[in-house]
Design a protein around this ligand. Structure first.
Ligand code: HSE
Length: 315
């Protein structure tokens, strides 16, 4: 365990994620090949000093104050590792725009944890980082795949421990993620959800989860189609997404097996084979356009590597 030197740098790559996959509200999430890149540098000053520099057109509203998730995550590392907090600068190239349902906040948390840990000689284990990440975010379905990569099912076990199962995802299954220019905050999307749900809805989701995981493992589109079914959050959230239900319908008509709100929205994820990818993408963008909503819809692979870091050149 070492105090980082002034000017010492690490580069951290963190994938974005599509959480709540189909019926997997608050538990199933996938990392996709769209990484936020963080350059983290020790600067002069004590642990209260934090400079945030966002590169690119999105995210200019993000601030580096004490509420910043990256900053809070780094503070947790200093505390857990018993290290005197130090000043940090984070320069961020955002591939994942904030408030779009692609785990942008999770990337900040994971980058703060991984970066601060790497700068101090990695005193904390990956398991510990995972636990801290879930604690900061409050739910596991973005931070876990962001840290570990792949398709992750995270459950609070009877033992009260967080258990993670990395599930299989056939190469033939592609994700088209339609990312609109409109934003939706997770807190707003959580506010519209009821405190209790009917028993029948819970049962539908349990069955759908089994079908979906089997479909993703084998690449069976028919199982994926029946498994991409949710009664826990989508019925309450579609109305928050302008044109959302129509975009979903267009994706299905263009050949997608299934379609779901990505995270808390407003992005929409469609699962399909490679051949249908382009027409699904075009149908989604065109439909959103008819609602005066600009969007893009890249076809993405599962990102299996998770977060990774390397030392940067010392300044
Ligand atoms: N499971 C979370 C939610 C994902 O739906 O609120 C958003 O971060």
């Amino acid at each position: 365990m070492a105090q980082p030197r002034i000017g010492q740098k690490v580069l951290v790559d963190v994938p974005s994620t599509s959480a709540n996959l189909g019926p997997g509200f608050d538990c199933l999430g996938a990392a996709v090949d769209l990484n936020n890149k963080f350059t983290i540098r020790r600067i002069e000053g004590n642990g209260e000093r934090f400079e945030l520099i966002i590169e690119g057109p999105e995210g200019s509203h993000l601030r580096g104050g004490p509420d910043n998730l990256f900053y809070r995550a780094a503070q947790r590392v200093w505390k857990e590792a018993g290290i005197e907090p130090v000043g940090l600068e984070a320069r961020v190239r955002l591939a994942v725009p904030p408030a779009r349902g692609l785990g942008s906040s999770a990337t900040a948390i994971v980058a703060g944890l991984v970066g601060a840990n790497a700068l101090t000689g990695s005193p904390l284990s990956k398991e510990k980082l995972l636990e801290l990440a879930i604690d900061i975010e409050g739910h596991p379905d973005n931070v876990v795949p962001s840290l570990l990569g792949g398709l992750c099912m995270t459950a609070k076990a009877a033992s009260e421990r967080w258990r993670v199962v990395r599930c299989e995802w056939a190469d033939s299954v592609k994700a088209v993620v339609a990312i609109p220019s409109i934003r939706l905050s997770t807190s707003e999307a959580r506010r519209v959800m009821p405190k209790t749900i009917p028993l029948g809805d819970a049962v539908v989701n349990l069955g759908a989860m089994t079908l979906l995981l089997q479909g993703l493992r084998t690449g069976n589109g028919d199982l994926i189609a029946d498994g991409m079914n949710d009664r826990l959050h989508e019925p309450y959230r579609w109305r928050l997404i302008k044109g959302g239900l129509e975009v979903r319908k267009a994706a299905l008509q263009a050949g997608a097996w299934g379609c779901a709100i990505s995270g808390a929205g407003p992005s929409i994820l469609a699962l399909c084979d490679k051949q249908s990818g382009l027409s699904v993408s075009e149908a989604m963008v065109k439909t959103w356009q008819s609602f005066d909503v600009e969007s893009r819809a890249p076809m993405l692979n599962l990102q299996t590597l998770g977060s990774n870091w390397k030392p940067g050149e010392h300044e």
